[in-house]
Design a protein around this ligand. Structure first.
Ligand code: NAD
Length: 526
């Protein structure tokens, strides 16, 4: 946001939420206290939040700790279609009022959310550590991003509340205002259980829409904690309605509903494509085309040229591949290395990755936690079996604890660009290393998947970097650093092709997806 809008609204200039320094004993103590507090609250039962009331659903869903599979994090309702319809009715009823609340007033409520999130940062981290298997640093980055989203989107909406400059014809005055769309359905994934869930829920609300939020069945408790904050901040009833439950039946029902004006989805390519198709079908009583924001998967590549700093490239590739056990949409799951430095790079990548320790997320000595669920565990293990026939396992199957869904960092070398492990999103700690003949070949291989989310290039040559800027077809491109870790207002995030609709979350254009422009012309009367 321009400084002038900040000044006009008496706000300090936007600053990213700082990450917590856990080498500071005081911060470690605060984190430990939060973990102890939250540990004491595990296993509780929760309710859905519809029309400002906490209500039960038809069945129950248990959320477990992936690091210790016998530990119940919470029990939440399994909402059925009746409750889903009730949530849509509540959102529809709240829309006429909420959409007319002046932007500054709406933002006032959301800035209060921002303040409470900051105050409860450690506690929210602890919930993510237990429910999603995020280690301390990953959970801290997640909450920082969530805080940034709320703060940044409010400021963007304040900017958009002014008409862009229009040309006036003689005797006429023109302006354009951005108005909200209506009722939206927000369907986030579990892997950024706070940041993406909160960001995708609040952006449309700041724009004046009302929403039904259906969090992932793998991370419902974190979403409930966030909605408790919305309630504490005084968000009016019906503006955000939360219903929990298994994705397909509940999510599908919401997407199909004729009163829904837009869907904001983040998740896998398969589900995103289904939502896109379902949303395109006009239902009885529907008077609009549904707008779909669908941010989907990736098969992201770290490209290593012959003139790269190989130590840096190997360390950054290991971070890209194995941070949060490879469960980031931006994770580097292919390393594409030119032949001249291939053997050297593989050796360095294995050395950097072999140091990573796997264990429970609440214990800060471990670098990698468990994967999210038994389904995910089986899927990743299956890909590792496939990988054994598609490449040479140069790291993998190290001993890991067996009381959670742990998978050891796994590297397959000598993988063909067309192999399944080089084409399909695995979403676990597995990377395929591919040999390229030269830089041309490396770029061709990098672009040779259905996806186009993130990518990294390691090279000292400006010419190669310039060429990648033009030809490496990804929404988020990084030079000489890891391909994960986009930051709000620094790297607007979203991908090309089957990675989605390129929404550019955390960027200046994001809010426009939840708004429509209305042009108003006034003829001056004589
Ligand atoms: P998923 O597609 O399985 O589920 C995402 C959400 O969709 C969940 O809330 C789920 O309950 C719901 N859902 C499932 N089936 C549905 C259906 N038929 N109709 C409506 N909703 C349905 O994805 P996930 O496992 O939660 O998350 C991991 C995926 O998300 C990965 O593919 C990852 O790359 C992607 N992701 C993308 C981004 C991005 O910005 N591009 C960010 C994070 C994660």
């Amino acid at each position: 946001m321009s400084d002038s809008v900040a000044r006009e609204n008496q706000l300090p200039p936007f600053q990213n939420e700082p990450l917590t320094d856990f080498s500071n004993p005081q911060n470690r103590e605060l984190m430990q206290q939060a973990l102890d507090k939250v540990r004491g609250e595990l296993g509780k039962e929760y309710l859905c939040y519809v029309g400002g009331e906490w209500v039960s659903g038809e069945g129950k869903l248990t959320s477990i700790n992936p690091s210790r599979k016998t530990e119940v994090v919470g029990v939440v309702p399994q909402a059925g279609t009746d409750l889903a319809n009730q949530a849509i009715r509540a959102a529809k009823a709240a829309f006429p009022t909420w959409s007319q609340v002046p932007v500054a007033e709406r933002c006032g409520k959301l800035f209060e959310v921002y303040r409470i999130m900051r105050k409860r940062k450690y506690e929210l981290c602890a919930w993510m550590i237990f429910e999603s298997g995020k280690n301390w640093a990953e959970a801290d980055a997640d909450i920082a991003e969530g805080i940034d989203f709320v703060n940044y989107y409010c400021r963007q909406m304040l900017r958009l509340s002014h008409s862009p400059e229009m040309i006036d014809a003689p005797g006429e005055e023109n302006r354009m205002t951005y108005i909200p769309l209506g009722v939206g359905v927000v369907i986030p994934p579990w892997n950024f259980p706070l940041a993406i869930m909160a960001g995708t829920a609040v952006a449309p609300v700041i724009a004046g829409n009302t929403v039904v939020l259906k969090p992932s069945e793998n991370s419902p408790v974190v979403a409930i904690k966030f909605v408790e904050i919305l309630e504490e901040a005084g968000l009016p009833a019906g503006v955000v309605n939360l219903i929990t439950g298994e994705g397909p039946p509940l999510g599908r029902h919401l997407v199909q509903h004729p009163d829904v004006r837009f869907i904001s989805f983040t998740g896998s390519m398969k589900v995103g494509c289904e939502i896109n198709e379902e949303a395109a079908r006009i239902r009885e009583g529907q008077v609009w085309l549904k707008r779909v924001v669908a941010e989907m998967g990736g098969k992201n590549a770290c490209v290593v040229a012959e003139d790269a700093d190989l130590d840096e490239a190997a360390a950054a590739t290991a971070q890209s591949a194995f941070g949060f056990a490879g469960q980031k949409c931006s994770a580097g799951s292919r390393a594409i290395v030119v032949a001249d430095v291939y053997d050297q790079f593989v050796e360095k990548l294995v050395a950097a990755s072999a140091l990573l320790k796997v264990g429970p997320a609440d214990d800060p000595q471990f670098n990698l936690g468990a994967v999210i669920s038994p389904i995910s565990f089986e899927k990743v293990k299956n890909y590792i079996e496939i990988g054994k026939s598609e490449g040479r396992m140069v790291l993998g199957e190290q001993a890991v604890p067996d009381d959670g869904f742990y998978v050891a960092p796994t590297i397959f070398a000598d993988v063909s660009p067309d192999a399944r492990i080089a084409q399909e999103e695995i979403f676990g700690p597995v990377i395929a290393v591919i040999k390229a003949k030269d830089y041309d070949d490396a770029l061709r291989i990098a672009n040779g998947t259905r996806f186009g989310l993130t990518g990294a290039l390691f090279s000292r040559s400006q010419e190669k970097l310039d060429r990648a800027a033009r030809e490496f077809h990804v929404g988020n491109l990084y030079f000489n650093r890891k391909c994960t870790g986009a930051i709000v207002a620094q790297q607007p995030f979203g991908g090309f092709n089957m990675s989605g609709t390129d929404c550019k979350a955390g960027g200046p254009d994001y809010m426009l997806q939840f708004l429509q422009g209305k042009s108003i012309t006034t003829k001056k009367l004589g």
